[in-house]
Design a binder for this molecule. Structure first.
Ligand SMILES: Nc1ncnc2c1ncn2[C@@H]1O[C@H](COP(=O)(O)OP(=O)(O)OP(=O)(O)O)[C@@H](O)[C@H]1O
Ligand SMILES: [Mg+2]
Length: 251
């Protein structure tokens, strides 16, 4: 129930000639469901993710090499209790963000404190903290949550700035502070060997990956791009609608 409508409940009780006990039971159940739904919305609102995704529409058959059991096991969120991390890698369009975005909603349903950010946006947020003197406060806020999802490491340019700390330092500090005390789930379309170049610091990238290697559940998606699949479907549909019916040649 998304709306708590007392009037509707009283109307139901009158029309159904419900006993006091039935009426109170139904009212309490509705109030509890309303409270839970509101709490999920509140958590989701604070997560930083704008659009809700679920695994309901995920086409498993499209990615036959994906370890479905390993992905589904993430959704009981027991890894968060163990402070394990998740590293989800694979080529572009293979569903990495879809999976971790669905996990954000599930974490809200489990009443966990969760935050989501694309890697470039997280780094931008911390740079903004350097500019206005709130760096440490922001870093603490990113460290505080039980589950932090850092999406799309490798996509978008990390700013190269002279300010200290650099983007690589920031990510290292964040991962180091969270290491073994809270869970971080990351998606990346980069080969691990390319992280140094992307972060602009091979030593710090190595240190980040070393921590992840110790605690991360690794899932790689070796398969085709679902975006390409959708594009092909669209192109096929368009060519069907633009196809002119062939004229019969009458001799
Ligand atoms: N197996 C799937 N079933 C249904 N939808 C999918 C599947 N895989 C991906 N999608 C959809 O395809 C689009 C691209 O997927 P997604 O953004 O998760 O890819 P990605 O692996 O994160 O790619 P990138 O590395 O470019 O960020 C999204 O709209 C997503 O919902
Ligand atoms: Mg992605």
């Amino acid at each position: 129930m998304n709306d708590f409508d007392l009037e509707a409940h009283l109307r139901w009780a009158r029309e159904a000639k419900a006993s006091d006990l039935q009426s109170i039971e139904r009212l309490l159940a509705a109030a509890a469901a309303f409270k839970i739904a509101r709490s999920i919305e509140w958590r989701f609102g604070r997560s930083g993710l704008k659009v809700k995704k679920t695994m309901a529409g995920f086409d498993w058959d499209f990615q036959p090499k994906l370890d479905r059991r390993a992905v589904e096991a993430l959704f009981d969120l027991s890894f968060v209790g163990c402070h394990d991390d998740v590293l989800l890698t694979g080529k572009t369009g293979t569903g990495k963000s879809h999976i971790l975005q669905s996990l954000v909603l599930k974490a809200c349903e489990h009443e966990l404190a969760v935050r989501y950010a694309r890697c470039v946006d997280l780094v931008d947020d911390l740079y903004a903290g350097l500019a206005d003197g709130t760096y440490e406060k922001r870093m603490k806020a990113w460290c505080r949550v039980q589950l932090l999802v850092i999406d799309d490491v490798g996509l978008g340019q990390l700013k190269r700035r002279d300010d200290e700390p650099t983007a690589a330092h920031m990510l290292f500090t964040l991962l180091d502070r969270r290491h073994m005390t809270a869970s971080t789930a990351i998606t990346s379309n980069l080969q691990l060997s390319a992280w140094g170049k992307y972060l602009g610091d091979a030593t710090l990238a190595g240190a980040v990956l070393d921590r992840l290697a110790a605690t991360a559940i690794r899932i790689d998606i070796d398969g085709p791009s679902y975006r390409q699949h959708l594009a092909r479907q669209r192109a096929d549909a368009q060519s069907r609608t633009h196809e002119t019916p062939r004229r019969e040649v009458v001799s």
